[in-house]
Design a protein around this ligand. Structure first.
Ligand code: UD1
Length: 419
């Protein structure tokens, strides 16, 4: 078992470079199935979820390699459309293979996906959309069998909620369907635009990404070809290092962070008393010794406050002066980091989707367990600010989304070791 051992209470200072975005590279790897060709992805983060996606692609018959942050995926040799249950459980994003496989091969068999425990994570919108596009989807002993032998067709798909994953699945399925697909109430996250940019390079006809109405004009599957694409910077990893600096009264530059994607987080950091500088090269932060509380942090679909940054910002504000209220509107059970922060001396009370964070003067090191990916990042943030030593178990959950978090934090002066 690996743990992080962090000796906290030091002001973070220095520079680190942000990795490629996990939530962009994973759907793009799924989309590569649509190209009968070779796809090259640069700035590919070296994280365990990427290895999981590579294992799935390999099991489908594709040839893949990952070297020095560059993934090369050749899907010409794809020979199966059946994803084993064990591989589906590795991550939530495995679900996005459904749209791509049905579009390319007319069928696929997979099971319910795994991923972080954030409360119920249904896939009803994914399934309903594929059915509206002409697929027959049946559940059989925990396996989902999808077929559309005659091909998929377009149509107007109204999402009841702007689900990121469902929007991505429909984009992939629609890119080779007959006719035009309009996704209304589509998710507007920047990762959706990165996926659309990748697909356009491959020859797909997609417009409207970044708005809540995405239009996809279907092309024959054989028309989609390979391309080279540089994955967008990871806005949540960038937010993590900015928050770690904020929590410690630090002074940090995150090279490569795109300020346009970070507005909800940087606005909040400014409200809490930090100076944030935004430039073409990245984002810098200069934090006061102690942050000010922020009245309300309410998560919401983009451009709202990202649920993935909720735990991390909470860790930073747990030492702020005053009381901050968090309302989690996306996932039902995304406060599992709270009990661990409380072990470190934080004063946080939760009821349902609300957490009341009364800032304390001091956090102290403790033995804590990462409850999920971003909850784990929140504990690392708190540990940098806490006095004494913190031991964090469950590091494998953090490795799902962060490329060597200990190296990035150490570049900023944190005393952190993977043991
Ligand atoms: C993606 C991100 C995840 C982020 C989340 C919300 C990836 C790989 N993951 O997850 O990091 O936290 O967006 O920004 O990109 N829902 C349904 N039925 C469905 C689909 C979703 O009820 O068929 C609900 C979910 O339970 C949740 C909400 O919609 O309450 C948002 O989920 P969604 O946007 O789909 O998140 P993911 O795509 O799973």
């Amino acid at each position: 078992m690996q743990v992080f051992r962090i000796e906290g209470g030091r002001r973070l200072s220095g520079e680190t470079e942000v990795q490629g975005a996990k939530n962009s590279v994973l759907p793009i790897m799924c989309a590569s199935v649509l190209c009968h060709d070779e796809v090259k992805l640069t700035r590919c983060p070296v994280i365990s979820d990427v290895y999981a996606a590579l294992r799935i692609l390999t099991s489908l018959g594709c040839r893949c390699r990952l070297e020095k942050g560059c993934a090369v995926i050749d899907t010409r040799t794809l020979s199966s459309s059946d994803i084993p249950d064990m591989l589906m459980r590795l991550m939530r994003c495995s679900m996005i293979f459904m749209g791509a496989l049905v579009a390319r091969t007319g069928e696929c068999t997979l099971s319910f996906p795994g991923g972080c425990e954030l409360g119920p994570r249904p896939i009803d919108m994914h399934i309903s959309a594929l059915r509206q596009m002409g697929a027959d989807v049946r559940e059989d002993h925990g396996r989902l069998r999808c077929s559309a032998r005659g091909g998929l067709h377009g149509g107007v798909i109204n999402l009841s909620f702007p689900s990121v994953g469902a929007t991505e699945n429909i984009m992939l399925a629609a890119s080779c369907a007959q006719g035009e697909t309009v996704i209304s109430n589509a998710a507007r996250e920047p990762e959706i635009s990165d996926l659309a940019a990748f697909m356009r390079k491959c020859g797909a006809d997609i417009s409207g990404d970044g708005t809540s109405r995405i239009i996809v004009r279907g092309r024959p599957a054989t028309d989609l070809h390979g391309c080279e694409h540089r994955i967008m910077p990871d806005r949540i990893a960038a937010a993590t290092y900015l928050c770690a600096a904020a929590a410690t009264g630090g002074d940090v530059f995150v090279r490569g962070a795109d300020p346009r994607d970070l507005e909800a987080v940087t606005d909040l950091l400014r409200k809490s008393g930090c100076a944030v500088y935004e430039g073409r090269e990245g984002c810098a932060i200069n934090a006061p010794e102690r942050l000010r509380a922020v009245k309300t942090v309410r998560t919401g679909p983009h451009p709202g406050f990202p649920t993935d940054a909720q735990a991390i910002v909470m860790a930073a504000l747990s030492r702020a002066e005053g009381t901050s209220i968090f309302i989690e509107d996306i996932f039902e059970n995304r406060f599992r980091h709270v009990d661990e922060l409380v072990r470190m001396g934080a004063d946080i009370k939760t009821e349902g989707r609300v957490a009341v964070v009364s800032g304390v003067k001091r956090l102290s090191g403790a033995c804590v367990e990462a409850p999920d990916l971003r909850g784990g990042a929140a504990l690392c943030t708190a540990a940098c600010a806490a006095e004494g030593e913190t031991i964090i178990t469950g590091v494998e959950l953090i490795d799902r989304g962060y490329e060597c978090m200990e190296t990035s934090l150490a570049e900023l002066g944190a005393q952190i070791k993977r043991v």
